[in-house]
Design a protein around this ligand. Structure first.
Ligand SMILES: Nc1nc2c(ncn2[C@@H]2O[C@H](COP(=O)(O)OP(=O)(O)OP(=O)(O)O)[C@@H](O)[C@H]2O)c(=O)[nH]1
Length: 180
């Protein structure tokens, strides 16, 4: 829900601290506008994203159909390891529902994403979905860091081995390098 100043840029920004596995994590939330006219700007925000919610409105079949387009934009503009979650919002509008929960689940399954139905009005699954996305981002980072650590320790071991191989062996050799 945007104010007048944000409407001009198509991007709304907030910061929030949430707790995941007992760790306090400060997250930046960029809410990009869906309208076509903002897309040149909003796409630029994908580049630095670590986690993305793809949101449709359960009372709008059209918004659900649009998700495929969002996914292809994200694939094109967001970093490779970006974490994604599919959201069917306005779950409080049951009487206006046009998209079944199973349709959401099915689409999320196709794209390998988690799925939540949420409501910004009743707070349904808001905390849960943010916590889950943060968790996924942290897990992905941990994997990346573990990979880097393993590679670094292999390289270090290799360098030590090469250094050892280059060293002169035994006391006979060591006397050759002696200064006296
Ligand atoms: N009933 C209901 N209305 C909602 C919910 N979330 C948002 N709305 C309403 O939907 C309208 C659009 O909300 P926005 O937050 O501007 O939606 P948006 O996705 O940012 O729209 P774009 O700027 O086009 O991307 C507003 O009138 C909100 O009050 C919800 O969970 N339930």
């Amino acid at each position: 829900m945007t104010g007048p100043s944000e409407e001009k840029s198509g991007v709304d920004f907030k910061m929030k601290t949430i707790e995941v596995d007992g760790i306090k994590v400060r997250i930046q939330i960029w809410d990009t506008a869906g309208q076509e006219r903002y897309q040149t700007i909003t796409k630029q925000y994908y580049r630095r994203a670590q986690g993305i919610f793809l949101v449709y409105d359960i009372s709008s079949e059209r918004s659900y159909q649009h998700i495929m387009k969002w996914v292809s934009d994200v694939d094109e503009y967001a970093p490779e390891g970006v974490q994604k979650i599919l959201i069917g919002n306005k779950a409080d509008e049951e009487q206006k529902r046009q998209v079944g929960r199973e349709q959401g689940q099915q689409l999320a399954k196709e794209y390998g994403m988690d799925f939540y139905e949420t409501s910004a009005c009743t707070n349904l699954n808001i905390k849960e979905s943010f916590t889950r996305l943060t968790e996924l981002v942290l897990q992905a980072h941990r994997k990346e860091l573990d990979g880097l650590r393993t590679r670094a320790s292999h390289e270090l071991a290799l360098a030590e081995l090469e250094e050892d191989e280059g060293k002169p062996e035994g006391p006979a050799n060591s006397s050759k390098t002696c200064w006296c």
